[in-house]
Write a protein that binds this ligand. Structure first.
Ligand code: ASP
Length: 435
């Protein structure tokens, strides 16, 4: 008996020590297997019985949305308080970052329409989560400005919260020294909110397991194919965006050889792919962009950290694919106004997305909420999120690097000779950069 409890403690200990993404992955696999078995043996009721555990997880994510988006956007804005000093460079950078992000999400939406990853799933959402009637374009635009920010928060109106947060952050910056205590307060608050996010994300394996058992128990094997399609669409989208948008930007925006660009960003891409954190990859990106691609220290040390914070093309593209997956799976028709809302929300939300593993998944719930899509979809995506995070983070750092190269070139701050000389970062430099 002692031995048995020793073994189970050992298993529990190993489970606890396991990295979160592995736990989620195992939870997903176990949930699918158990759900399919329950489905095949006619025990759908048992699969439904476990669903409340997943519902608690979804509720906890919902609980985070308003404070997370507001606080992280305000701190995102206040961290850009030097922008006036940076003037032209700042404007160019932000315009390129937001422009490429909008293109990325459009590619994601297009792939979602072409691949139809959620088609035929025929899921039903809880009544409260059903989509509301789509607003018109004019209604969407006029509705961006909240008449009452508290009401916007209570209603979970994401776009209005984003707009209010941007103005609020700007006002803090403009208030200078007098506004400083508010800025410090929001910085501290953002730490608390990130901790809260980490606590809730730690619960993800159990929520994912319960929801996968329920989903696979209810829908059987029909679910597997669509998830594979989501992965394929996101990876394809990332490749298209990198080659066409960044390749084009480097070639036509800066008159440089795109092949050299892709050679030069290989290391940060690999670190991003495995670490799934663009903030964590920043030292490597910085070293590669300066040493391999010849961008000046001045430009790259402003443009890259800003990019690691506000530029998330891979994340936006993924949100486009996933939003359509959820809409198709739950049979919700999206209109033109919804697509525009998704593009706007994902572009603006990318400013507030932290460059840490899994942040895009939380932001996905914002995007879904903005067009009234059911949040059950987030939990389904959560099971494969690590695989998607790898590709989107690699694209995120590639985008930061491409914009840095283009801005540096336009400012005469790029050493073209260094750019054209193929040389790969050597091992000691790389490890120095990471440490
Ligand atoms: N992991 C991504 C990054 O660090 C953010 C995300 O989850 O999409 O860039």
């Amino acid at each position: 008996m002692d031995q048995t409890s020793g073994t189970s403690q050992g298993l529990w200990g190993r489970w606890r020590a396991m990295m979160l993404w592995k736990q989620i992955f195992i939870a997903l696999g176990a949930g699918i297997v158990i759900g399919v078995i329950l489905n095949q043996t006619g025990n759908e009721a048992a699969a439904t019985a476990i669903k409340p555990v997943g519902t608690i997880f979804i509720n906890a994510i919902k609980m985070l949305i308003v404070p997370l988006i507001f606080v992280s956007l305000v701190t995102g804005m206040t961290s850009m308080h030097d922008m006036t000093k940076m003037g032209r460079i700042g404007l160019k950078t932000v315009a390129l970052y937001l422009g490429t992000t909008a293109v990325a999400i459009t590619i994601g939406l297009a792939l979602g329409v072409i691949f139809q990853p959620g088609a035929g799933l025929d899921m039903t959402a809880s009544a409260a989560a059903e989509a509301q009637e789509a607003p018109t374009l004019v209604e969407t635009i006029t509705g961006l400005v909240p008449t009452n920010p508290i009401a916007a928060s209570a209603d979970g109106n994401v776009l209005q919260i984003i707009v209010f947060a941007i103005f609020f952050g700007l006002a803090i910056n403009l208030s200078g020294e007098k506004g400083r205590p508010v800025r410090d307060f929001f910085e501290a608050l953002s730490e608390v909110i990130y901790k809260l996010t980490a606590i809730i994300i730690a619960f993800a394996p159990y929520g994912v397991f319960a929801l996968m058992v329920w989903v696979a128990g209810t829908y059987g094997l029909d679910l597997l194919l669509p998830l594979g399609t989501v992965i394929g669409a996101v990876y394809l989208g990332c490749a298209i965006h990198a080659l066409l948008v960044y390749g084009g930007l480097v070639k036509f925006g800066a008159g440089l050889n795109p092949v050299r660009f892709f050679q030069g960003v290989l290391e940060p891409q690999m670190v991003a792919f495995t670490s799934t954190s663009s903030s964590g990859t920043l030292p490597v990106t910085m070293t590669a962009v300066q040493k391999n691609l010849g961008a000046s220290k001045g430009v790259s040390s402003f443009v890259l950290p800003l990019g690691a914070t506000i530029n998330m093309d891979g994340t936006a593209l993924y949100q486009g694919v996933c939003a359509l997956f959820v809409a198709q799976a739950f049979g919700v028709d999206l209109g033109m106004g919804d697509y525009i809302t998704i593009i706007l929300t994902a572009t603006l939300a990318s400013i507030g997305t932290a460059g840490v593993p899994g942040a895009g998944l939380i932001m996905l719930s914002l995007v879904l909420t903005s067009v009234g899509l059911p949040l059950e979809g987030v939990a389904i995506i959560a099971g494969i999120d690590r695989i998607l995070d790898m590709a989107r983070t690699a694209l995120n750092v590639t985008g930061d690097s491409a914009v840095t190269v283009v801005v540096a070139k336009s400012e005469g701050e790029l050493d073209v000779e260094a750019y054209d000389t193929p040389h790969v970062m050597d091992a000691p430099k790389l490890s120095e950069a990471i440490s």
